[in-house]
Write a protein of this length. Structure first.
Length: 87
């Protein structure tokens, strides 16, 4: 492997690790959610109730897609950066 290929491998590995760190930091949810269930308290009666709140939570499915795209792009770049011997 030449220098450009090694840089591509290291950058793609760092990107994949970054995607997984972001997934873990956002809660390590299996499925992507666009709403979460929040428990609220009624100020007048003091009762608690649950309500859906709009919030995006990154899931494992988006993590897998991002990882797959990184692998495909880095594979194409490694192929393009290979040493070509002239005949």
């Amino acid at each position: 492997m030449n220098k450009k290929q090694k840089i591509t491998v290291y950058l793609s590995l760092a990107a994949v690790i970054g995607v997984f760190v972001y997934w873990i930091a956002s809660g390590a949810e299996i499925f992507t959610k666009n709403k979460v269930l929040v428990e609220k308290t009624d100020e007048i009666f003091g009762t608690t109730y649950k309500e859906w709140q709009d919030k995006f939570v990154w899931g494992l499915d988006y993590t897998a897609v991002a990882t797959l795209l990184i692998i495909i792009i880095s594979g194409a770049l490694i192929y393009l950066f290979k040493n070509r011997k002239e005949a």
